[in-house]
Design a protein around this ligand. Structure first.
Ligand SMILES: NC(=O)c1ccc[n+]([C@@H]2O[C@H](COP(=O)([O-])OP(=O)(O)OC[C@H]3O[C@@H](n4cnc5c(N)ncnc54)[C@H](OP(=O)(O)O)[C@@H]3O)[C@@H](O)[C@H]2O)c1
Length: 253
C-alpha cells in the first residue's frame, strides 16, 4: 500500500493533491493547523484511508513529535512507497528589507524551509532501516530563481529549499538508495496565498498591479489541474531525482 503525507492539505494546492490521491486509493495523512471536512467525506466515499493530524509547522518541537508518530504508524505497516509532499507554505512578510518585522521573517523560514528539512531528514532516516522507497516532493516557487522586490524572505526560503532538494538527491544517489527527491514549481495559482499577495501595498510590493491583473484577467491556474500534473508525474512518470520541475514542463497525458 502507498502512503502520502501532505503538509498544508487543508486548502489550496495541498487540498487538490489530497483529493486526487484519495481518488487513486492512496492512503493520505494530511498535516496542517486546520482540518478540511471535504477530504474526510471524500475518503469515506472512496473507501480510502485518511487521517488529519494537527500541527503548527512553525514550531519545531511540534514537528518532531507529530512526524515521529506519523512515521512510526506508517513504517510499521510496511508500505510499498511513501510519498511526502512538503507543500505547506507562507508568503508573508511582503515588505522591503529594512522595514521587515522579526516574527514573520522567522515564521516564513520555519514553515517554508526548516519544516521540509526536518521532515525529510526524519523520513529518510527511518527509510534506512526499512525497505520502503520514499519519494519527496518539495513545493517551491519561481521566486526561488527570480528576485521579486518585497518577497526577499519568501524567495530566500524557496531558493534554500531548491538547494536542499538538489543536495539531498546527490547524497541519496551516492548512497545507492531508491529514494527520490524533486522540487515542483506550481506556477501562479488561484489560492488564498494569491489573496494575501493582492492585499499587500504597492509600497511593499512593486508588482502588485501585475498580480491583481492575473486575477482580473483569469490568468491564475486552477489547483486541481496543477495537482493532476504533479501527481501524474509522481505516480505514472519517472521523476528525475534532484530536478526542480516547473508546471509548464508537465504536459497533461
Ligand atoms: N499560490 C501560488 O500562486 C503559488 C505559487 C508558487 C508556489 N506556491 C507554493 O505552493 C504551496 C501551496 O500554496 P497555496 O497557494 O496552496 O497556499 P494556501 O492556499 O495559502 O495554503 C497554504 C497551506 O499551508 C498550510 N500552512 C500555512 N502555515 C502553516 C503552519 N504554520 N503550520 C501548518 N500548516 C501551515 C495551511 O494550512 P493551515 O492554515 O490549516 O495550517 C494551508 O493548508 C506553497 O508552498 C506555496 O509557496 C504557491
Amino acid at each position: 500500500m502507498k502512503y502520502a503525507i501532505i503538509t498544508g492539505a487543508s486548502k489550496g494546492l495541498g487540498e487538490s493533491i489530497a483529493k486526487r490521491l484519495l481518488q487513486e486509493q492512496i492512503a493520505v495523512i494530511s498535516v496542517s493547523r486546520t482540518e478540511n471536512d471535504e477530504l474526510k467525506n471524500l475518503a469515506l466515499e472512496k473507501g480510502s484511508e485518511y487521517k488529519h493530524v494537527s500541527c503548527n509547522l512553525s514550531l519545531e518541537k511540534e514537528i518532531q513529535e507529530v512526524f515521529m508518530e506519523i512515521a512510526h504508524c506508517i513504517f510499521e505497516k510496511n508500505p510499498t512507497e511513501i510519498l511526502l509532499f512538503n507543500n505547506a507554505g507562507v508568503i508573508e512578510p511582503i515588505q522591503k528589507v529594512g522595514n521587515l518585522d522579526q516574527t514573520p521573517i522567522i515564521r516564513n523560514i520555519k514553515v517554508n524551509l526548516i519544516a521540509p528539512i526536518l521532515i525529510t531528514n526524519l523520513f529518510l532516516s527511518k527509510a534506512q532501516l526499512a525497505s520502503t522507497k520514499v519519494t519527496v516532493i518539495n513545493v517551491t516557487s519561481g521566486a526561488a530563481v527570480r528576485s521579486i522586490e518585497g518577497w526577499s524572505v519568501y524567495s530566500s526560503s524557496k531558493a534554500g529549499l531548491n538547494m536542499f532538494t538538489q543536495t539531498t538527491a546527490i547524497e541519496q544517489a551516492e548512497l545507492n538508495t531508491e529514494n527520490i527527491i524533486i522540487g515542483f514549481s506550481p506556477g501562479v495559482m488561484d489560492t488564498g496565498m494569491q489573496e494575501t499577495i493582492r492585499s499587500s501595498t504597492e509600497d511593499a510590493f512593486k508588482e502588485l498591479e501585475k498580480f491583481k491583473e492575473f486575477k482580473e484577467k483569469n490568468m491564475l491556474l486552477d489547483t486541481d489541474t496543477v495537482a493532476h500534473r504533479i501527481v501524474n508525474l509522481v505516480l505514472n512518470g519517472s521523476p528525475e531525482s534532484g530536478r526542480v520541475y516547473h508546471i509548464k514542463e508537465l504536459i497533461e497525458p
